[in-house]
Design a protein around this ligand. Structure first.
Ligand code: UD1
Ligand code: CA
Length: 461
């Protein structure tokens, strides 16, 4: 099979400099969803017709493509766009004439594989041709399916060319169709643009097929949301919610407890084991794995992370590029940045930032700390306000804190520096040299008290 994806339209109503088909659904360009679905059908080749922002569209999509596992992707330019029939015409030289052609749309991203299989099956039962239609309560804006008295499709009339009677028809053209490729070439060659929009309509091939005694099958989508196109920011947002709801439903079917399936956003791949619970307002990006029993509080952002069994992440935590747990406790208001590794039972409390650091098992940093480029052993207590001074203005340096260390509050560790096993650092220490194991190290000005001291007073008027 050939698959042609039409993606040359300008998308004026998006009111954006970004080409329409690159606007995201679930964090990836809408066109990428269509290419993925096309790939699942295992076609001989996929041809994408691009026009507006062609170079940017092509580069963005090629960059995110796994060339090894996918069928060949061909790009053809349509400039200027003179209609859907003209768009398909640009792809004709690349089509395999002995296989049928399926037409998809770069701005209709939720079209499902099952629906397309129904359409393909209907084509197989009708000498290679079928169109996907839908019954809509409000058909306005769509081309209407005109059937004869026997119920056979006789033509498609665009709304702008339709009279009052035809506008009453509720069966619409979704645009998706399968056509025998040799016949498609002939019919496309015979199209004209004598219509209300002055365009070459792909839909006009239907009447030609009827003339040529080509039977035309029809199929309907599993779900009408699949055929919705994106022309505006409102429609993008609506389709995004449909897509998110699908992902949420799949998670719940796998046993995940979502506090509210309409208040979760997944922009990538979220894998959850049993008994995971996710509160409202969480955003997942990239590849996130939540092991068994992980609990996530409200309004967390988690990106490219693995969270171990039984870990609890409290509200408003931000986790990016971290390996966590099992049985860790994080937040509220924690920030774990790339390269963070938390051991079993580690605690990271409010307003703690960790970057490129390991915090060993059962170690705690419970309040207001910054740990950057640090290797911290097991059972370490990091006091409130502790800071690794890892950057000297030119280079980053490491801090090493061995097992069983106790760090008093408001300590600064000026890296590179090592704190030996079992050492204690007094509160307020500025550590500039290594602290030996098992000893108390502190750096503090000696405390003095001045008798009879008088505070200055403001003059009275
Ligand atoms: C088209 C159908 C209409 C159907 C509707 C479903 C035609 C003539 N009409 O109308 O029957 O109900 O889709 O949504 O086909 N495109 C190009 N190059 C062009 C023109 C369009 O690549 O020159 C692409 C657009 O980017 C878009 C798709 O084709 O992805 C549909 O084009 P659009 O102008 O939106 O067609 P409609 O008028 O909505
Ligand atoms: Ca349109």
């Amino acid at each position: 099979m050939n698959i042609v994806i039409l993606a040359a339209g300008k998308g004026t109503r998006m009111r954006s400099a970004l080409p329409k088909v690159l606007h995201p659904i679930g964090g990836v360009p809408m066109l990428q969803h269509v290419i993925k679905t096309a790939t699942t059908l295992n076609p001989d080749r996929i041809i994408v017709v691009i026009g507006h922002g062609a170079e940017q569209v092509k580069q963005t999509m090629e960059a995110s493509r796994d060339a090894k596992s996918a069928p060949p992707l061909h790009w053809v330019l349509q400039d200027p766009p003179l209609g859907t029939g003209h768009a398909v015409a640009q792809a004709l030289p690349l089509l395999n004439n002995t296989a049928p052609t399926l037409v998809l749309y770069g701005d209709v991203p939720l079209i499902g594989v099952n629906t397309l299989c129904r359409l393909i099956e209907s084509a197989e039962n009708n000498r290679g041709m079928a169109i996907l239609t839908a019954l809509l309560n409000d058909p306005s804006g769509y081309g209407r399916i005109v059937r004869d008295v026997q119920g056979r499709i006789s033509r498609i009339t665009e709304e702008k060319d339709a009279d009052h009677q035809i506008r009453q028809i509720k069966e619409i053209n979704t645009g998706f169709l399968v056509v025998p490729t040799d016949r498609l070439s002939a019919w496309i060659g015979a199209l004209d643009n004598r219509n209300a929009q002055g365009e070459y309509y792909l839909t006009d091939i239907i009447a030609m097929a009827v003339q040529a005694n080509q039977p035309i099958g029809s199929a309907q989508p599993e779900n009408t949301t699949e055929i919705l196109g994106i022309n505006s920011q409102e429609q993008r947002a609506m389709i995004e919610r449909h897509y998110q709801r699908q992902l949420a439903n799949r998670l719940m079917q796998a046993g995940v407890r979502l506090q509210d399936p309409d208040r979760i956003d997944i922009r990538g791949i979220l894998s959850c084991a049993a008994d995971v619970a996710i509160d409202v307002g969480c955003v997942f990006e990239g590849t996130v794995t939540l092991d068994e029993g992980v609990l996530i509080g409200p309004h967390c952002v988690i990106r490219n992370a693995r969270i171990g069994t039984g870990t609890v992440i409290e509200a408003f935590s931000h986790i990016d590029g971290a390996e966590v747990g099992p049985k860790a406790v994080i937040g509220p208001y924690a920030r774990l940045r790339p390269g963070t590794n938390l051991g079993e039972g580690a605690h990271v409390g409010n307003f703690v930032e960790i970057k490129n650091s390991t915090l060993g098992s059962r170690s705690k940093a419970n309040h207001l700390a910054y740990l950057g480029d640090a290797t911290i052993g097991a059972r370490v207590n990091v006091g409130a306000g502790t800071i690794t001074c890892n950057y000297d203005g030119a280079a980053k340096h490491r801090t090493i804190i061995e097992d069983d260390v106790f760090i008093g509050s408001d300590t600064q560790l000026v890296a590179p520096v090592t704190v030996g096993k079992g050492a204690t650092l007094g509160a307020g220490t500025t550590l500039t040299q290594d602290a030996p194991a098992d000893q108390l190290t502190l750096s503090r000005a000696r405390q003095v008290s001045i008798k009879g001291y008088k505070r200055p007073h403001k003059k009275e008027h």
